[in-house]
Design a protein around this ligand. Structure first.
Ligand SMILES: [Zn+2]
Length: 134
């Protein structure tokens, strides 16, 4: 998948640190509750488990498991010409992240283990994507 211009990031109130860590450190960090350790993604103001507002941005292992995937054969964004894949990955830490595999799968990948790859897009944007590891 080669694109020249990445669609703009959709920034909520709490998203900026994740993208900043990705840009600065090439590391995916997610919000984690300082009181009970529950990972939060998408990020938010309070922990969904214990309602604590205390959190820190901790690096994730990068490991995960594909829980769903699809090949889009219709173009929705000019930056992403069809066909391209979209995956739902359950990170080893628990949160589910929607992303892409760096290579289109040739077979069903549900249940396959993946690892995080920080991809440099042609316009300099860094995106968290995944690679099948087994
Ligand atoms: Zn908590």
């Amino acid at each position: 998948m080669q694109v020249d211009k990445t669609p703009p990031r959709i920034m909520g109130l709490y998203d900026a640190p994740m993208w900043q860590f990705l840009d600065d450190d090439r590391a995916l960090r997610l919000q984690c509750c300082s009181d009970c350790g529950t990972w939060r993604y998408p990020p938010g103001p309070v922990c969904p488990e214990c309602l604590s507002s205390a959190s820190e941005w901790k690096p994730v292992s990068g490991g995960g498991t594909v829980i769903s995937w699809v090949m889009f054969r219709k173009e929705y964004l000019p930056e992403y010409p069809a066909p391209y894949n979209v995956v739902a990955v359950r990170l080893d830490e628990g949160p589910i992240m929607i992303s892409n595999l760096v290579e289109d799968p040739a077979e069903n990948v549900i249940g396959r283990k993946v690892t995080l790859v920080v991809v440099d897009m042609a316009d300099g944007v860094k995106l968290p994507r995944f690679k099948v590891v087994e």
